[in-house]
Design a protein around this ligand. Sequence first.
Ligand code: SF4
Ligand code: SF4
Length: 239
Amino acid sequence: MKIDPDKCTSCLSCIPYCPMNCIAEGDDGTAIDEDECVDCGVCRNVEVCPEEAIYMPAEAFEYPRAIRMQFSDPSVQHPNLKAWGRGTEEAKTNDVTGKFGKGDYGMLFEFGRPGTGARFREIEKITTAICAMGIDILEDNPISGLIADKTTGTIRPEFRDEKILSAILEIRIDDSQLAAVVDKVIPLLDDVDTVVSVGLVSRFDDNDELPVIGALRSLGITPRPNAKINVGLGRPIVE
Ligand code: SF4
Ligand code: SF4
C-alpha cells in the first residue's frame, strides 16, 4: 500500500487503523513502511482518508509481492486454490468438512497475528522440520504451493522475505507420529520470530473419549480443550 504525497495532508487519521503499525509521520509527511506493510488493505478499505490518498500500487499485484495480499486480505483469492485469505478450511471446521477421520489428527501451526505478522523464512523453520520427518504439508493448504522441494520443505527463495499478516500450516498425523512431532517440532517454535499458536484437532473415539488429551499430557503438553461447532455452515459431508 502507498500514500500519495501530493494528496496527503498528514492529518494522521489513518494511522490507528493499520494492524501492522507501519504508517508513520516522517520528515517528508505521512508514509507507509513498504517492507513491513502486508497489503491487507485495511487502511484504504475503512475509507478514513479524507483525501483518498491511500492506494494499492501496481507492484502489490506483481509476483512475488502479491503473496502478501493473498494471505493478509480475506477478500483476495489464492489463484491456484481458489481459497480466500489464509486460505485453508482449517481443521477447526472438521465437523462440516470431515477432513480428518477417526484415527487422524489435524495439526495446525498458526504463524503471526495483527501487530506482528510473519515472514515466510520463519515459517520455513517449521516446514523443513516437518518434511524432514516425512510428513506432508497438506496440498490444499496455501503454504504448500510455496514449497520449493517437498522432500526438504524449503520455501521458494523469492517468498522467504515476504511478510504476511498470518498463515496456517496444516498437517495430518496419527498416534504413531504424535510424540515425534511434539519432541522434534514444538521446541523449534522458540526460534521462530513471531507468535505461533499450535492446534490439534481430534474426533471423539467410539467411547466418546478424547484419548489424545491424556497422550499430550504424558508428553509434557498441557492442552486447553476447545470444542468448536460450526452451526449454520452447512451439512456435514461425512458422518
Ligand atoms: S495495507 Fe494493511 S499493513 Fe499496509 S499500511 Fe495499510 S493497514 Fe497497514
Ligand atoms: S488519512 Fe489520508 S491524508 Fe490523513 S495522513 Fe492518512 S493518507 Fe494522509
